[in-house]
Design a protein around this ligand. Structure first.
Ligand SMILES: Cc1ncc(COP(=O)(O)O)c(C=O)c1O
Length: 450
């Protein structure tokens, strides 16, 4: 039973607010959680009930909610300045952050362009790539290649490189014309190979498109290793190596969208750096402020940057800005986030958690509803199937039933269709990993055994 004040707040919510990516009729039958505070991996509602945040609040939180060092960094910056515009002005938090990022990303990446969410960092990369080709007298290179199942955000430019009908279908007629390519499908490999041992034979489809259409292709966008919104579809790094080689030989930009997988999620700070890859653009957001404030960056090379040195009157410079570009509060928290990665043995401890998730998930793998369990770093995903192995239909909304059951049991998940997944804060403890897996298992059984 909700207390009276939360009841009146929830009715005001339903009267005034339009929630993202939520069918309005869901809100009419199930009110949103009224979260009052959060600490570590837990969210607390207005009745004091706790929910383990198994998805890091849409994949943003890295070091837990209400972290003393991040709070202090924010408060410290707030004493000095909350915001200032970023054209004709600079500030220490942004300079420090840009330097830190350049030092920790691949060697070819040397310039940081700030914006304020994942989608805008993609828009920036797309526009820089297009303008680069235009100024290099290669103006016909104006299409982007993206993978089936790709997700790079929901503004119209980013949506034009989205390979998921759920997001793009209603807008198809106004989207920019790009090229969708069949990417890796390791759960149903058409070559009958295994993710761990294949040589990305499926790269063939991409290779053909790049070699035939390179004269009209500006760049290829890719979510390295894990296609998040597609249902945590995972594929091996060899695909990325082949992609980089092909992009180089066909003179096409390689755009890495590490918005979801960057900042430690896969077990290393950045996928590109860990695998010796050098994209032309690296888009980062989400974890950059450990889930505190909106911020993003598009990091690129000197080669791209120097192509924008043309004549003022020809508008050869990059005419693009956002009001909250490089917000100092966000940059200050991002700097402290970067410092937290430098704590002694951070990645060794993370490896232990990754193993604990892998081992603990055996209780999910043995469920009759488990079609496949897959894991990359601290991202674990389970494909739900019926007891006889058949697929659930989209409209059955089994993920949603499990989500509702999870709330009763004290875990906050947000399944992607029929995929239940974990993407907890990296600060999660071993005991919390165990609790998360067990509670998810109980929620699955309660929801599906009904
Ligand atoms: C891989 C990827 N790219 C881009 C985005 C868009 O980021 P934002 O929601 O901050 O616009 C997301 C968001 O989930 C994402 O997962």
């Amino acid at each position: 039973m909700k207390n009276t004040s939360s009841n009146s707040e929830l009715s005001a919510d339903s009267k005034y607010i339009w929630h993202p990516c939520t069918p309005s009729q869901d809100i009419e039958s199930v009110a949103p959680l009224l979260i009052e505070r959060a600490s570590g991996v837990y969210l607390y509602d207005s009745d004091g009930k706790s929910y383990l945040d198994a998805i890091s609040s849409w994949w943003v939180n890295l070091f837990g909610h209400n972290h003393p060092r991040l709070n202090a960094a924010l408060q410290n910056q707030l004493q000095k300045m909350a915001h200032v515009m970023f054209a004709g002005v600079t500030h220490r938090p942004a300079i420090e952050l840009a330097k830190k990022l350049v030092e920790r990303t691949p060697e070819n990446l040397s310039r940081v362009f700030f914006s304020d969410n994942g989608s805008t960092s993609i828009e920036v990369a797309l526009k820089m790539s297009l303008q680069y080709w235009k100024q290099s007298s290669r103006g016909k290179k104006n299409h982007f290649v993206y993978l089936k199942g790709a997700y790079h955000g929901e503004t119209l430019g980013a949506l034009s490189a989205c390979g998921i009908g759920l997001f793009r279908d209603k807008f198809e007629d106004v989207l920019a014309e790009n090229i969708e390519v069949e990417g890796p499908d390791c759960s149903n490999c058409p070559y009958g190979l295994k993710r761990e041992s294949c040589d990305a034979e499926c790269f063939e489809a991409m290779e053909k498109v790049l070699s035939k259409q390179n004269s009209v292709i500006a760049g290829v966008l890719v979510e390295p290793l894990v296609q998040g919104a597609a249902g945590m579809k995972m594929y091996p790094p060899v695909y990325l190596q082949k992609l980089q080689n092909a992009c180089k030989s066909e003179e096409v930009h390689l755009i890495f969208d590490e918005i979801a997988v960057g900042f430690g999620r896969t077990g290393s700070l950045f996928v590109c750096k860990a695998h010796g890859l050098q994209p032309d653009f690296l888009c980062l957001s989400k974890g950059i402020t450990s889930g505190y404030l909106p911020l993003s960056v598009t990091v690129t090379s000197d080669e791209i940057f120097s192509a924008f040195y043309g004549k003022f009157e020809d508008l050869d410079w990059f005419v693009h800005s956002h009001s909250y570009t490089a917000n100092p509060l966000a940059c200050a928290v991002a700097n402290e986030t970067m410092n937290l990665f430098e704590e002694p043995q951070f990645f060794e401890k993370l490896d232990e958690k990754i193993s604990a998730l892998q081992q603990g998930s055996s209780i999910l793998r043995e469920l009759p509803y488990c079609g496949e369990y897959r894991q990359t770093g601290l991202i674990g995903a389970m494909e739900l199937v019926k007891k006889d192995g058949a697929k659930f239909e989209f409209e059955e909304r089994v993920g949603y039933q499990i989500y509702l059951e999870g709330l009763k049991q004290g875990i906050f998940m947000r399944p992607l269709g029929n995929v239940i997944y974990f993407m907890p804060p990296l600060s999660i403890t071993m005991a919390e990993i165990e609790f998360m897996i067990e509670t998810a298992r109980n929620s699955i059984l309660c929801a599906l055994n009904k």
